[in-house]
Design a protein around this ligand. Sequence first.
Ligand SMILES: [Fe+2]
Ligand SMILES: [Fe+2]
Length: 303
Amino acid sequence: MITPGKTSPDENNPLESIEEWEEDVLRRYPETEGQAPTKSVFTDPNKKQEEFRDYASTTRDSVREFYRLNHKYQTVDFVKQKREQYLSLQKPKKSIWSALEYLNTLVDDSDPDTDLSQIDHLMQTAEAIRADGHPRWFVLAGLLHDVGKVLCLYGEPQWAVVGDTFPVGCAYSDKIVFAEFFADNPDSLVPEYQTKCGIYAEGCGFDNVLMSWGHDEYIYHATKDYLPLEAQYMLRYHSFYPAHREGEYTHLMDDQDREYFRWVNEFNPYDLYTKSSEPPNAKELRPYYEDLIAEFFPAEVAW
Ligand SMILES: [Fe+2]
Ligand SMILES: [Fe+2]
């Protein structure tokens, strides 16, 4: 079946589907009982160097190629251009639910074993948050966090939709997965961009930092006027693994980031560790989520 979001794999879209990136993140940050949120194959002192080498050597070629493109093409100029393209224009209005349904047309044709749709992943995340008794805005953040993947349907390549995010315009952390691929990024030849703080002032706050472009930034801007700050952090930084898992880029944080990043950490396990092959009953759950959406959003928002 050909779907609007199905452009892969090709030269610019090496992944079989964008889910392949998240599967790889899960491999990198496996669920471990009692694991502190910042522990990973990179930073956990209990994990040996070989384990990272093992991770790198067993990464699928498609995922490696995806990171190569992502690290090569996410430049300061590219991010500015995408922000201009998507954030400054007068956009048509639609309801949150129709945005979810639109996202659901992004079908993963590659894996016959997984029947989970985009809405299924979002509902699984939200349901796990709800089951743990968290506030309603937290459940809503679970439901919305990946809606920015509609960028795929707008024709953006995979490397501009998913992938671990990172600041552009300053030195790359060596804790970013496959950091060696930044050698091909033209920004690596711009001295101004390669100091520790680059074009930013120390402690300027992430709100003043240009993050690599992707689904996090897009959903944050589409929904920020309607959600509490905690939820805004969850949406905007949920793929910022170099910060929330590796503890990097603290020199760019301000007091607000230091206070609110704990919510990003709080959210991450629900994103990574709630995928089960049993799809949630979307039909049965829909009234609950329609009510939840109506509590925070007007009938239509600009997308
Ligand atoms: Fe995501
Ligand atoms: Fe997700």
